[in-house]
Ligand binder design. Structure first.
Ligand code: ZN
Length: 452
């Protein structure tokens, strides 16, 4: 159900809408559990209908356990004069995320054991976490660290780590088919914009768009804490997993740089083929890379026991931009133009996926006579009459129930619009038909033959 909260993105351009959503979420101190997550999901639920789920601390999820819930209300360091030299209220990155509570007086030497900084970027506050090791700590710029004097300090982290729950949000859009496309974004980082609010904002607006259409596939959007959230979702939703036919992990979508698509573990699935096709058609600077078992939640979706057709589509990958996991990954780092471009790229992939069918030429012995069926002088897609003829010849030759439209595009070097337009015309005049279900290779028997 839709929340009663007023949408914050109404009447804005698409890029502005996504930037505004990121701006509304930015100040909140999120983590893998806690009220920051709930507040963030509440804001997203003002834009799309979101089921918000709570999974109790201690719940077994495969080899893991849902951790105790972490909340924080304040944190600071005061010098011997009682002046606050570091204040959580200025930046939630100042606290080691998941810090246990502390309130004591310490020497500089003792304090330094609990400080994190980034020498390479002396003005930025690094983002650090300690989810599974009980620790307290602060993060500060290296410049601030260097200015610390040898005196006594009062350290205070007013946090709680108690039995509670892990919260995640889910938006399901029913399509014609029960087969699903999964779009997953992590939502556990505090005030960091590109990693990860850009992915959250783009995913939200894509869901908003799909809610206004009647898609062929069903779509499932997950807003979950990284790693433990995906593990928890998979553990609690194993019955849903067989319906997930394609998926994308959405992250790092607001910064500069070309796109990088990280393939699924299987590497030859339809989403891999479609994402590569769309990215390469858009720009030769876009990258497609093979799967590796670290990164975002594709690690869990592509673990061998699931081995889902889920890739990760980002712009500049994590760790490859200086601002990554620092206070410089802020709202100035992400731009409306990049967010909008990312949104359109995701939608283009979705649109191709929606239309990427296999057909059967019902007249496979020699070429059919197109003129008799009024198929000369056809124009459409983005092609002229000559291109239409060429597209029709490619489709008729390769429509054997094995080739998708994208694989026909790849062989013919023609655009998806041209091939899809011609395919629809051939369907209309009865020269093509959709294969019966028993004519399609089953996924279990031959997963690799699906995309030939
Ligand atoms: Zn991150």
């Amino acid at each position: 159900m839709f929340s009663v909260i007023q949408s914050i993105v109404i009447d804005l351009s698409l890029g502005e809408a996504m930037h505004s959503l990121a701006s509304a979420l930015f100040p909140i101190c999120r983590s893998i559990t806690g009220n920051g997550l709930r507040e963030s999901l509440r804001i997203i639920s003002s834009e799309i209908p979101l089921e918000i789920r709570e999974v109790a601390s201690g719940t077994a999820v495969f080899d893991w356990e849902v951790p105790r819930e972490w909340n924080i209300s304040d944190a600071y360091i005061k010098n011997s004069k009682g002046e606050k030299i570091l204040d959580f209220r200025n930046s939630n990155l100042h606290v080691l995320n998941y810090s246990i509570p502390v309130h004591q007086h310490v020497t500089l030497a003792e304090l330094k054991k609990h400080l994190h900084y980034d020498k390479e970027h002396p003005e930025w506050i690094p983002y650090r976490t300690s989810y599974y090791k009980e620790e307290w700590g602060f993060c500060m710029s290296y410049n601030q660290y260097c200015g610390l004097e040898d005196e006594m300090y009062e350290v205070c982290i007013d946090s709680t780590l108690m039995p509670g729950s892990l919260t995640y949000g889910e938006c399901f859009i029913q399509g014609e088919l029960s087969d699903e496309v999964l779009i997953s974004s992590h939502i556990c980082h505090p005030s960091l914009a590109n990693d990860n609010l850009s992915g959250v904002s783009v995913a939200t607006m894509i869901a908003r768009k799909l809610l206004q259409s009647k898609p062929r596939y069903s779509y499932r959007f997950l807003f979950i804490p990284g790693t433990i959230g995906a593990i928890t979702w998979l553990a609690q939703n194993e019955h849903v997993v067989p319906r997930i036919k394609h998926g994308l992990v959405a992250s790092l979508l607001g910064g500069p740089g070309p796109f990088t698509y990280k393939k699924s573990r299987r590497g030859d699935t339809e989403i891999d083929q479609v994402a590569e096709f769309v990215l390469k058609s858009k720009s030769s600077t876009n990258n497609v890379i093979d799967f590796f078992p670290y990164g975002y939640d594709e690690r869990q979706y592509c673990s061998p026991g699931f081995n889902l057709a889920v890739g990760c589509l980002s712009r500049t990958p994590f760790g490859q931009y200086d601002e990554y996991h620092t206070s410089a990954d802020n709202l100035e780092y992400i731009t409306t133009a990049s967010l909008e471009d990312s949104y359109h790229t995701y939608l283009e992939i979705i649109n191709v996926l929606e239309s990427n069918k296999k057909y059967i030429n019902v007249n496979p012995k020699c070429e059919p006579q197109l003129g008799r069926r009024g198929l000369y002088n056809q124009q459409g897609g983005d092609n002229d009459n000559q291109n239409f003829q060429l597209a029709a010849l490619w489709i008729l030759n390769l429509s054997d129930g094995e080739h998708t439209l994208v694989s026909i595009c790849q062989k013919s070097k023609m655009s998806f619009n041209s091939i899809n337009f011609a395919a629809q015309k051939l369907l209309e005049c009865g020269l093509l038909r959709e294969p019966d279900s028993d004519e399609l290779p089953s996924r279990e028997n031959s997963p690799l033959s699906l995309l030939r």
